[in-house]
Design a protein. Structure first.
Length: 338
């Protein structure tokens, strides 16, 4: 049985990055070579050393919406409306705080009014998305212990974000600058895009000790025909497909399972048979989470048995990252698994 406790590790709180570095590509890059059971320490801009001509770099072009709206109730108390997705017209699915907000209660947000219509839905007096999202702030994850500031509207967005719909950033892509992507492209690497709108389920805790009992929240995704064509070409020519982020990897493996668009609730944990991705670029993930389990699964899939197996190699990599004081989570450093 794959136990939840197997995916735990200790992390000093001071290593959880609260702000990004000034230079996106100046963060550290820990490189895990599965075949040779080797770990290297680099700077992110060095990633070009590990990319070969005709490799396919798969980027998730989802765009994070400023979906955290804070307001005051008529009683004077604080309220928060965290928009998840538009149902239709003026109605949105949302997380509402405090839990005692009552159906029918109206909250004034400047010239806009939000009415609570159920425990998980809110209706605005306008259907103008621009006006609604203008009320919100970027939805920084709960382990970032501060309010979002104006700079986060840029920093918590990839430089290639273009399709609105995410409530969390595909953070592995935050390290790329336009200049770095141009250099990578000029070196003969193919850049392709897909879309997976990161949902709140990315932060959903795994509660079952037997992790196989955990159910993922569905997330919308789409892989364009041009991307599929490039990936098929890479596979036929034995070039590598490199997934930027766990979201890109889940979309690719969902496609391999028979879908190229729609919703995916694919849960990847050790033992999973990867069919598309050959390498993975990712950030460092919280212990006991589906993201960490996916990373362990990917490391194990291509690891040398003589090197102790991928799970042990991943634990070693995280231990080194902690020892060398890497910066963790969304605004932290990166890891490349080859």
């Amino acid at each position: 049985m794959l136990k939840l406790s197997d995916f735990d590790y200790l992390l000093p709180k001071e290593l959880i990055a609260q702000y990004p570095l000034k230079g996106r590509d100046s963060c550290r890059l820990l490189v895990v070579d599965r075949k040779n059971s080797k770990i290297e320490h680099k700077i992110f801009s060095d990633i070009r050393e590990y990319l070969l001509p005709q490799d396919v770099l798969v980027l998730n072009d989802t765009k994070v919406m400023p979906c955290r709206i804070r307001a005051k109730r008529k009683t004077g108390g604080k309220a928060e409306i965290f928009l998840l997705e538009r149902v239709k017209g003026r109605i949105f699915k949302a997380l509402l705080k405090p839990g005692r907000l009552k159906t029918g209660e109206k909250i004034r947000l400047g010239s806009i009014t939000a009415e609570i219509i159920s425990k998980r839905e809110v209706a605005f007096n306008t259907a103008d998305l621009k006006k609604i999202y203008a009320l919100g702030a970027m939805p920084l994850p709960p382990y970032i212990k501060r309010d979002a500031v104006r700079a986060d509207s840029i920093d918590y967005q990839t430089v290639y974000a273009r399709k609105a719909g995410a409530v969390a950033s595909p953070t592995a892509g935050l390290h790329f600058t336009k200049a770095l992507l141009n250099k990578i492209k000029k070196a003969g690497v193919n850049l392709v895009y897909l879309t997976l709108h990161v949902g709140l389920g990315t932060f959903k805790p795994v509660k079952a000790e037997d992790i196989t009992k955990h159910k993922m929240e569905p997330e919308s995704f789409n892989i364009p025909e041009a991307t599929l064509k490039m990936i098929k070409g890479a596979k036929s020519s034995k070039s590598r497909v490199i997934a930027v982020g766990t979201t890109s990897l889940r979309a690719l493996e969902s496609y391999a399972a028979g879908a190229r668009s729609g919703q995916t609730d694919l849960f990847i944990y050790p033992g999973f048979k990867f069919k598309v991705a050959d390498s993975l670029l990712t950030n460092f993930h919280l212990p006991r989470t589906t993201l960490f389990m996916l990373t362990c699964a990917f490391c194990a899939a291509g690891a040398s048995a003589s090197g102790g197996g991928g799970y042990e190699l991943m634990k070693k990599a995280y231990a080194e990252a902690v020892d060398k004081k890497y910066r963790f989570y969304s605004y932290g450093d990166a890891m490349l698994i080859i």
